[in-house]
Design a binder for this molecule. Structure first.
Ligand code: NDP
Length: 240
């Protein structure tokens, strides 16, 4: 049976690697994106993966998109909540809009998508939800009260969802990436990036593929006894 997988923010960066990995493992992947049509078109042409545009921060858009996907391909078995943005500024300078946008997309987006997919997973007694958090949700970061709050919230959201799904064959786990070489890091100045890399014990940034391998495992049948956990993939940068 081919499992249907939806990857939000699945056309670029870490999401692209996740979409590719799940496809490689035989899942039927639908990759969502938010606005970059050109990148999505190029990704789809390169990979043959179906792309769909909607804003994960828009509750009704998530419900509509998932209903359309399920009508076309069948029930969604796997949800990877990967879409995320940063709007960095210290709290002295952060506007309400910067706070609100990050919470809406990074955290409420996970709720919107789970709300759309969880009921059918529960009914069919099988589902896998993976939410992409962050090392900065675990440890905090200057200039990121919005992002750290959203990502930290993802970890609590995941544990609660895991409790609700456990008796119904639906697992929910989080992945907390460390610093991964994608466009998201392009706004960080070189001198700051050097300091960040110096704090990573393995001495380098991670690659999107290294996150994708973790997601693939957590969404597989092999991970049926793992729920409510956070898999940190960060080169040793932050350890509990
Ligand atoms: P990128 O900026 O490279 O890609 C982000 C993806 O999310 C794009 O596909 C983008 O679509 C999509 N997206 C953004 N906003 C929305 C929206 N409102 N609705 C739907 N899709 C949206 O990010 P990364 O690959 O670096 O990050 C992926 C995830 O990993 C994020 O949640 C991020 O917070 C997390 N993470 C990243 C780390 C890193 O070092 N890179 C570290 C820790 C966590 P579009 O192409 O249309 O813009």
């Amino acid at each position: 049976m081919t499992r249907i997988a939806v990857v939000t923010g699945g056309t670029r960066g870490i999401g692209e690697a996740i979409s590719l990995k799940l496809k490689e493992k035989g899942r039927h992947v639908i990759a969502n994106y938010g606005g970059n049509d050109e990148a999505a078109r190029a990704f789809s042409a390169r990979t043959g993966i179906d792309v769909r545009k909607w804003d994960v921060g828009d509750h009704q858009a998530c419900l509509d998109a998932c209903a359309e996907i399920e009508g076309q391909f069948g029930p969604i078995d796997i949800l990877v909540n990967n879409a995320g943005i940063t709007r960095d500024a210290t709290i002295m300078k952060m506007t309400f809009e910067q706070w609100d946008e990050v919470i809406r997309i990074d955290l409420t987006g996970c709720f919107n998508m789970a709300k759309a997919c969880f009921p059918n997973m529960r009914t069919r007694s099988w589902g896998r939800i993976v939410n992409v958090g962050s090392v900065n949700g675990q440890g905090g970061q200057i200039g990121q009260v919005n992002y750290a709050a959203a990502k930290s919230g993802i970890h609590g959201f995941t544990k609660s969802l895991a409790m609700e799904g456990a008796r119904f064959g639906v697992t929910a786990n989080a992945i907390a990436p460390g610093y991964i070489a994608t466009e998201m890091l392009s706004t960080i100045p070189d001198n700051v990036m050097e300091k960040i890399v110096a704090q990573i014990p393995v001495g380098r940034l991670g690659q999107p593929e290294e996150i994708a391998r973790g997601v693939e495992f957590l969404t597989s049948d092999n991970a049926s006894f793992i729920t409510g956990s956070t898999l940190s993939i960060n080169g040793g940068q932050h350890m509990y």
